[in-house]
Ligand binder design. Structure first.
Ligand code: FAD
Length: 287
């Protein structure tokens, strides 16, 4: 099978897009332009991140409300438990449920620096949500292992616990080492995890920022990626094309490996995610 042949046979690809709440009027405009641009691709859902600082939760809420009011997209808020009591989380969950928000991305959240060892984990949020309503729940997975995990096996067992507690799918941390994702997917199957492990795709345009972020999150930046972005420090135009190309190569390999669901970390920009979707055969449906 040539790659072109297998791509022309692609069917049933599902995509989802992740956004974050904007901080400024300009960013707000960028976000809504991106949502409008990506909406005709009929994503299975779009999700909105939740930052751990006070006041930001309301922002997530507001973006979700506006997506509901102005589009027919399914909007899934991210929810974290780090800085909320169980009581607060239950109230939020009920509030979402009553508004018709039935899909949630359930996370522990990142701990503020210098925090003591956590005693609550994402699995506790999954259980709590299950008690409050028949939510559709996504959880996080880490092909290259979460930085706080004692080892890969413990991290896998943690994912299994989240699924056994009632999560419907896992979305991975972004990655560039496709092999690590594929091996992880195999290990999930071997561990009896029977939900989709949806690859989280991060289209890269700012390589310097990526290097910092990857370091913090235990994501490896393979040599090929350094090679691709070398010499483009002052050339954002070319970086954009190269970044799209890198991501397109990745999704081609993944789809050849049978991946049918893709989650895009859009960073509130539509262009690259749109182009990658196009390559996957995900096109606007008109009317
Ligand atoms: P958990 O599943 O609770 O795991 C956290 C760590 O604890 C892991 O290392 C796990 O192995 C370990 N662990 C679990 N149980 C135990 C136990 N009983 N004893 C010891 N160790 C244990 N962050 C945000 O703040 N806002 C967001 O909107 C957001 N969105 C995200 C979306 C996706 C798709 C992903 C992949 C991550 C997102 N994050 C977000 C980041 C996430 O909050 C962090 O990675 C966080 O550090 C871990 O969250 P988790 O839900 O994976 O936690």
């Amino acid at each position: 099978h040539s790659l072109n042949e297998s791509l022309s046979q692609l069917q049933d690809i599902n995509v989802s897009f992740e956004f974050f709440p904007p901080n400024t009027p300009t960013m707000e405009e960028t976000l809504w332009n991106s949502i409008k641009r990506l909406a005709p691709l009929k994503p299975k859902f779009v999700s909105v991140t939740y930052g751990a600082n006070s006041g930001v939760r309301d922002k997530t809420h507001a973006v979700i409300d506006k997506i509901h009011a102005e589009t027919d997209l399914v909007a899934a808020p991210h929810l974290t438990l780090v800085d909320a009591s169980d009581q607060e989380l239950r109230e939020l969950a009920r509030d979402y449920w009553n508004k018709g928000v039935k899909q949630i991305v359930a996370l522990r959240g990142d701990l503020p620096e210098g925090s003591p060892k956590p005693t609550r984990f994402a699995v506790d949020l999954v259980k709590l949500l299950r008690e409050e309503g028949d939510f559709d729940i996504s959880v996080a997975a880490y092909p290259e292992v979460h930085p706080d995990a004692p080892n890969a096996q413990a991290d896998l067992v943690n994912l299994k616990r989240k699924i056994d507690a009632g999560a419907n799918r896992a979305i991975t941390q972004f990655f560039f080492d496709v092999e690590s994702y594929l091996r992880f997917r195999d290990r999930c199957v071997a561990a009896g995890i029977d939900v989709e492990i949806i690859p989280g795709i991060l289209p890269v345009t700012n390589f310097n920022q990526l290097k910092k972020f990857a370091g913090m999150t235990n994501v490896s930046v393979p040599n090929y990626l350094y090679g691709q972005f070398e010499g483009l420090e002052n050339d954002p135009e070319t970086r954009k094309i190269v970044g799209a190309n890198v991501a397109i190569d990745m999704v081609k390999v993944l789809s050849r490996e049978g991946v049918k669901d893709f989650h895009f970390y859009t960073l509130n920009r539509a262009e690259l995610s749109y182009a990658i979707c196009h390559t996957l055969g995900v096109r606007p449906t008109l009317g």
